[in-house]
Design a protein around this ligand. Sequence first.
Ligand code: HEM
Length: 399
Amino acid sequence: MTATKPAHVPLDRIVDVDVYVPPELEAIGFHRAWAKLQAENPAVVWTPRNEGHWIALSGAALHDVESDAERFSSKIMIVPKSVGEQHGLIPTTIDPPAHRPYRVLLNANLNPATVRGMTDSIRATAIDLIESFYSAGYCDFTAQYAEIFPIRVFMAMVDLPESDAPMIRHWANCMTRPGMDMAFEQAKQAFFAYLGPIVLERRAAPGEDMLSHMLDADIGGRKLTQDEAVSLCTQSLIAGVDTVVNFLGFVFAELAGDAALRQSLIALGDNLTPAVNELFRRFGLVTIARTVSNDIEFYGVTLKAGDMIAIPTAVHGIDPAFNSDPLKIDLNRQRAPHSGFGSGPHMCPGQELARREVAVTLQEWLRRIPDFTLAPDADLSPVPGIVGSLRRITLRWDT
Ligand code: HEM
């Protein structure tokens, strides 16, 4: 998978970086690894890893790539390119203007009012999980909370049985992490085979769930086709699950070692929105990519049509050019630009839901367990993938 340097790549822009395992990841952790790489290199660099591609390392370069769908296409949005070519899911791999109708559909089903209406059931799910292990004074936070909570919320939204959740999570992992037991294409086909009959049933007998609403909606004078519906639902399941799971992991690993931060969050009561934004700034975790549409000059280099450029979204929020002392979690930050949810046409339509899931988790957890530490069997080693991840967060507290 290592590529030879193309003629248009200058020698002084070459770094030896696997974007899924940035240098020193094991030693200094995901965000510090990206911060170091950013501090030591130009805004745009090229790596021979993952079939050879550019990386936008500065916050400005990253933001420019994400916001400009004309110069940077989403048709292939994962490196290595040979894997990205198999992706093809809606709406992630569609450029504007064709992308727009699908987004209208997603936005209509994930908007703030809809999410507000789900808050009670999100809260009930959080309380149910926390109370299931509270009296033990110990939990495997990853397995007993983070991996269950967002998928339970999402399965309820689309009215799918919760018992299918582990299977879905496994397929989602196979599509976002190297070295799994199913290849990307196999896992995608498993999703399609599972969702195909469900889409047919929902069309015949619609319910009050998000999937039924999307199937019934008008997109430019027509309804979603079977293939479109299956693809859109697959993408939403992948995007809405692994991200929240791993984001919660980074946040709780941090909270376990920072009593002052826990106290500050508790003091905020129900007014957690700015604090949650600060956490999303600090813990960006998705690394995706774009395909260069035409030959262009960009941050001092020539990008050729067809070149891939990786966009590790973490680097915007932790760029000192945008946020001073960026690795510090400062709940009083007034303006904190970041790309944790991306930007431009593909900016995450699920961000309101994600924020609500995190805020409710913090409220209900800290209300019951204000003090906790990492347990001795915690394993904070990183798991490589499109979504940054810590292997296993186990926690303990006094009951
Ligand atoms: C920690 C939580 C989350 C993070 C960090 C996150 C991050 C992102 C990012 C960076 C993108 C942009 C991808 C691109 O530019 O190509 C994105 C897109 C997307 N996200 Fe999220 N996301 C989160 C939660 C969710 C949730 C809860 C849903 C619920 C369904 C969701 C659904 C989607 C979908 C469908 C897209 C594709 C949008 C498009 O291509 O137009 N995400 N997300």
